[in-house]
Design a protein around this ligand. Structure first.
Ligand SMILES: Cc1cc2ncn([C@H]3O[C@H](COP(=O)(O)O)[C@@H](O)[C@H]3O)c2cc1C
Ligand SMILES: O=C(O)c1cccnc1
Length: 354
């Protein structure tokens, strides 16, 4: 049962080329030189293809923050202790985190899922409780989790999207919270691409040079110990990944299956995007890379996936913060397409001589 979604990967539909063509036609009739809105035009045309609507707009949109803990924190790979995962989840639920502020400003909701927080069960009326296990095991001593647990987490991500779509949500933003998760993301990146830990590992929450070197050794040894199979993305996810990262794989695949765009946030979200793309290459059409973060490895990771980020704000926070900022550009593209005058309505000559 937990593999339901994984058996339906081929049901991700191709983009609707007719809707894209109509959207392109509309853009060309607006009072501007053709193509002059650059990437906003490309974005709008793709959003039309994703949704199947020539004039797409997104009234209900939400960040999905997947939260989980990491056993590898025992190895001193983060500047902060594991308890911060749980404390930040309470902060999300009371609306005080950076992602909450940005989401309010962008008119998006924030949904938080406990998919693997360590310690006592967290009860809160607004927390989506789907805890699979209380954090992963330390991947330096053995696999982070079982394959079945990774598959279950993917299914949960899909189901959270499915339920939101049933409530009228049409656009998703990936978000995460999990102290230690840049280490898992770097390990996944190295295991799947062959890029060395020296290149895939970064400062995370703010390690100094010496601790970054130690983090790279931890990643290298975890890969040597667990032998993740580069041709089997779920094996990689289970052996050196994380529960929240697996949950985001499900969010990304689920959005595509429901013809919804999914905005990819920073480094950790991109590790999930890499797995989703390796499982189902056609999912790439549904992903919008919001920004390139400061985390070493992120630019290279995006390139591996085939994503071109819209923003470069030197951010390195996660939570979905970069994703929510990119939402403003999607809104800008939709507003331009629906509100600009056409050459005909404005009485402007649309003829051009070259
Ligand atoms: C207060 C605080 C808020 C955060 N919000 C996101 N992260 C980010 O930092 C973590 C990853 O970094 P590392 O792998 O170095 O632990 C993740 O939880 C990520 O979302 C935060 C981290 C902290 C400390
Ligand atoms: O790029 C990110 O999302 C990121 C980088 C560092 C720490 N947390 C998140």
């Amino acid at each position: 049962m937990s593999q339901q979604i994984l058996q339906h990967l081929s049901s991700i539909p191709p983009l609707d080329t007719e809707a894209s063509a109509l959207a392109a036609q509309r853009l060309d009739n607006l009072t501007k030189p053709p193509g002059s809105l650059g990437r906003l035009e490309e974005l709008f045309i793709r959003l039309a293809g994703i949704t199947g609507h020539p004039l797409p707009s997104f009234n209900k949109r939400t960040v999905i923050v997947m939260a989980a803990d990491h056993g590898v924190c025992e190895e001193g790979i983060s500047a902060f202790p594991s308890e911060v995962t749980r404390q930040m989840v309470l902060n999300f639920l009371s609306g005080g985190a950076a992602v909450n502020v940005l989401a309010r400003q962008a008119d998006a909701d924030v949904r938080c899922v406990d998919i693997g927080i360590a310690g006592d069960s967290m009860e809160h009326p607004h927390l989506i409780g789907r805890n699979i296990r209380q954090g992963t095991a330390n991947m330096l001593k053995g696999p982070a989790m079982l394959r079945e647990e990774a598959e279950q987490a993917i299914q949960i991500g899909h189901d959270v999207v499915r339920d939101a779509v049933a409530e009228g949500y049409g656009l998703f933003i990936t978000g995460e919270m999990g102290i230690g998760n840049t280490t898992a993301s770097s390990a996944m990146m190295s295991a799947l691409t062959g890029i060395t830990p020296l290149e895939s590992v970064g400062r995370g929450t703010g390690l100094n040079d010496e601790r970054v070197r130690h983090k790279a050794v931890v990643v290298q040894r975890s890969i040597e110990l667990n032998h993740p199979d580069a041709t089997d993305p779920i094996d990689v996810l289970a052996k050196v990944g994380g529960l929240e990262i697996a949950g985001l794989v499900g969010v990304i695949l689920g959005a595509a299956m429901h013809r919804c765009p999914v905005i990819i946030d920073g480094f950790i979200s991109s590790a999930a995007a890499l797995v989703a793309q390796r499982l189902a290459p056609q999912v790439l059409d549904y992903m919008i890379a919001s920004h390139v973060s400061k985390e070493q490895g992120h630019a290279l990771l995006l390139k591996e996936i085939g994503l071109d980020p819209m923003l470069d704000l030197h951010m390195r926070l996660g939570e979905g913060t970069g994703g929510v900022l990119a939402l403003h550009l999607i809104d800008a593209a939709s507003h331009l397409a629906s509100e600009m005058a056409t050459f005909e309505s404005a009485g402007i000559s649309g003829e051009h001589t070259l």
